[in-house]
Design a protein around this ligand. Structure first.
Ligand code: AP5
Length: 218
């Protein structure tokens, strides 16, 4: 099974992807996480990507497609995959089709997470991420037991540079311009795209996600 989680920044894709990947034994492929790892490691790609990411712009398609192709090469070809934050442009989506076709696979489900901008802005302003293990918290909805310290690994929690208010507005604009056209792209494929309301509790969104994927009652 190949699933794409689509939706604006901060709508909760990563939170749900971690839980679903755990439940169904899928590989969680977040291009944002792969890029942040490349930055931490100081690779050439990480250095190139940094400027785009901190400004809330998209990293060029060619770099992203190389990154995804390389990462997929490390996975067992039969592993279910959850793409989170990828594809983000029409060119990335057609590139993904090509890469999957080489392995005799295709996109089975696209789940579109929808929430009003004010909900998204609040979520991003409250997000804190662990520098060491990448775990995600919210100072409003899911705070760590000790302020600024990761429950999971004891690492330091930080606010991402791109979660600052001006950059969030830019990311939302980029989403509308570059990524929202993917809704129509996938709507043309019969029954592939499902919409879920993401302005609900984490548990409610998770149940909606499971239903969208036909996992409820399973
Ligand atoms: P990326 O890391 O992918 O960021 P994003 O898509 O903007 O998504 P986020 O990680 O911000 O949000 P999310 O939807 O996963 O929400 P989360 O679960 O964390 O990309 C960062 C940058 O990298 C891009 O701007 C770009 O520069 C580059 N990039 C990445 N991929 C690229 C690509 N394919 N092409 C080009 N460039 C690319 O939740 C957010 C907060 O809300 C958390 O605090 C969480 O605890 C809280 N929360 C989640 N769900 C709920 C809920 N139901 N109720 C209350 N709080 C909730």
């Amino acid at each position: 099974m190949v699933v794409v989680l689509l939706g604006p920044p901060g709508v909760g894709k990563g939170t749900q992807a971690v839980r679903l990947a755990d439940e169904i034994g899928a590989a969680h492929v977040s291009t944002g996480d792969l890029l942040r790892a490349a930055r931490r490691e100081g690779t050439a790609l990480g250095r190139k990507a940094a400027e785009y990411m901190d400004a809330g712009e998209l990293v060029p398609d060619a770099l992203i497609l190389d990154l995804v192709r390389e990462h997929l090469g490390t996975l067992d070809p039969a592993t279910p995959i959850l793409f989170d934050g990828f594809p983000r442009t029409i060119d990335q989506a057609t590139g993904l089709d090509d890469v999957l076709a080489e392995a005799g696979r295709g996109v089975d489900h696209v789940v579109l997470f929808e929430a009003p901008d004010d909900v998204i802005v609040k979520r991003l302003s409250g997000r804190r991420s662990c520098l060491d293990c990448g775990a995600v918290y919210s100072i409003y909805f899911n705070p760590p037991a000790v302020d600024g310290v990761c429950d999971r690994c004891g690492g330091v929690l930080i606010q991402r540079i791109d979660d600052e208010p001006e950059t969030v507005q830019r990311r939302l604009a980029v989403y509308r311009q570059e990524t929202a056209p993917l809704v129509e792209f996938y709507e043309k494929r019969d029954g592939v795209l499902k919409r879920i309301r993401a302005d609900r509790s984490v548990d409610e969104v998770y149940e909606a996600l499971r239903t969208a994927l036909g996992l409820s009652g399973a």
